[in-house]
Design a protein around this ligand. Sequence first.
Ligand code: CMX
Length: 136
Amino acid sequence: MKPSHIEHIGIAVKSLDSAIPYYERLLGTPCYAIEEVKDQRVKTAFFKVGQTKIELLESTDPEGPVGKFIEKKGEGIHHIAFAVNGLEAALDEIKESGIQLIDQQPRKGAEGLHIAFLHPKSTFGVLTELCEDKNK
Ligand code: CMX
């Protein structure tokens, strides 16, 4: 497995409305998409920085993954996502190496990407996402 680039960095925020103006100023570029991912109980906002994106995550449910993260750790970097070709094969390889998968199979994430998460307990404390854009 060899990721091509960092697809995005996910940042947990309490409020998209509060955080978006800061990132628009910092990055000098407008937020280009806002999308709710219902099964993840988040609302997301995206910015482009070169090949990489910043994904802001606002929880829509205190019991969802981002709601629980903010309650426990506060706002901040939530996950890092790597772009791969051949996500299924990458997951098989990772599983064989003993790393714990959260998602055994790829599923649909924001922006129509196929995604899967690796558990932070077996990735040195960093919630890690692998994603594949099947349209590329
Ligand atoms: N980064 C690092 N560590 C994290 C973490 C994160 N984002 N979220 C939780 N943890 C840690 C917790 O602090 C806890 O550690 P301790 O046991 O040392 O306290 C451990 O992981 C287990 O946490 P938990 O609260 O018992 O378990 P949760 O029910 O919160 O589940 C996790 C944690 C990672 C399995 C869950 O959040 C998950 O499945 N995440 C993947 C999906 C996701 O994050 N979706 C939101 C983004 C969606 C998108 O980008 O579209």
